[in-house]
Design a protein around this ligand. Sequence first.
Ligand code: ZN
Length: 281
Amino acid sequence: MDQRLIISVALTGGGTSKEANSAVPITPEEIAADAVACCKAGAAVAHIHCRDKQGRATMDAGVFQEVVTMVKNALQEERLDMIINLTTSGGPATDEERLLHLKSLQPDMCSYDVGTFNWGNMFVFENSPKFLKMLGECVVQNNVKPEMEIFDGGMIGNADYYIKKGYITGNPHYQFILGVSGGLDGTVENLVFLKNKLPQNATWSCSGIGKCHMPMLLASIAMGANGVRVGLEDNIYYSKGELATNEMLVSRAVRIAKECGRTVATAEDTREILGLRKKGI
Ligand code: ZN
């Protein structure tokens, strides 16, 4: 087993407001500052969503350009290295608009949500076959590593389909996101079920949403995950009633990983483990 653990931080997400937790980074400056702080604390990957001036989720490629440029400059100033993973599901947009930022920015990684479901009984989290085909062609053409976000059991079969189609090249990488109502609950039983369905050459990571954040982090590390995801997109609390910051969540994951005998993967380790393209290419 690879002892290195990749810590991803989902900094902002699309829905969490400043009213819920004032530490949620919204502006490009805030997102860049949090990326730097989390990288220093041990996160190797920044999973990024963008917001408009009103704080609403947006897929505007111009805003992504501004945010990613600011994040990269801030990291460079501190001589830090971090993998950039951009969402493809952040806010209302056409299928075409969901891909524009991948084409213009060619990030190291992007989310690839392999299916559709009723998110929290509030809205349809729509990832149609047409969109997934377009996204598959886009990641291959732009050499972006897709991270297949798995919210429900059936999505594993969809992932198999897109691997077979040639849209997921190299070793497939999965991010289990458990505990969203409408998808699978964050339980050890569900995590074991999903992990056992992965192809032999898969790498995987997990995040529990809300109250299952810690149980899923602990179970993932115990099960030998390649990575864990933490961050205010997924969970705004450090403990019951105590609000978190992104840095606090990363620091805790680092401490737990070390206590469990894992080493914390650097960005360079992460490129090797996930088969990402080399730095600067
Ligand atoms: Zn996300």
